[in-house]
Design a protein around this ligand. Sequence first.
Ligand code: TA6
Length: 296
Amino acid sequence: EHTKGVNGLPKVILREVRGCSAEVYLYGAQVTSWKNEHGEELLFLSSKAIFKPPKAIRGGIPICFPQFGIQGSLEQHGFARNRHWMVDPDPPPFLTCSPNKAFIDLILKHSEEDAKIWPHRYEFRLRVTLGPGGDLMMTSRIRNTNTDGKPFMFTFSYHTYFAVTDISEVRVEGLETLDYLDYLKNKERFTEQGDAITFEAEVDKAYLSTPTKIAIIDHERKRTYELRKDGLPDAVVWNPWDKKAKAIPDFGDNEYKHMLCVEAACVEKPITLKPGEEWRGRQELSAVPSSYCSGQ
Ligand code: TA6
């Protein structure tokens, strides 16, 4: 369903047969809501989110492209999340099309404006699917359409803000013993401890060469989020905690307690595409009752 969201920004609502839903703003191609069949919101959206271009919406799933973080002249996390995407008029053939899947295809292409700061031509196609059982799938296809023979490099992240009951009662499984870059210590490289990760202070780490599946366990709510990814070797874990959250104007003061970013990403080794080449990066999110899933 195509409708208008906050400040009249166009958004698409995906609904699934059992009542699950998702909302995607064309601004930034940003998922801002993902609800289960009970109508419970599974993504964090800041109460102070500013739905006003060129500011990125705080929460949901911002897309970081053509860079993650700050590099050179591009703004933090690149420009894709600050642009108006279009509904894709000729989406790639959908491999498996079944009746109980709702999906939307969006596209972003290079602009003369952007070419001033990132001198490349590209087509970025995003498909957001609300699958059977309410899983949320996102597939990005990025193609180098340079006509000057030039390859380009980029880094990327699905900057997912998971809603949690209390960050102090959250555990992340799947990242133990891995190496990570600590963005709070000048991206110095460390090795993670041997058991599940818990949270009691600001954390901003990019785990490297991570498994395809990561579990985020909301102990209070007895809910586990499963993040499955393909083409995205790294995973960024971020919680600003109290001090940093207060310093971010569009972050409510105590809201850090109710969110955790776990981001399927490619940050350590940029992706290089030659003209005509296409990269695919996919994440699939599901929310299952913890009793069923913990310890697997
Ligand atoms: O993904 C973690 C991070 O890079 C943090 O360092 C913090 O800056 C966060 O992204 C939010 O960035 P934003 O530009 O959306 O405020």
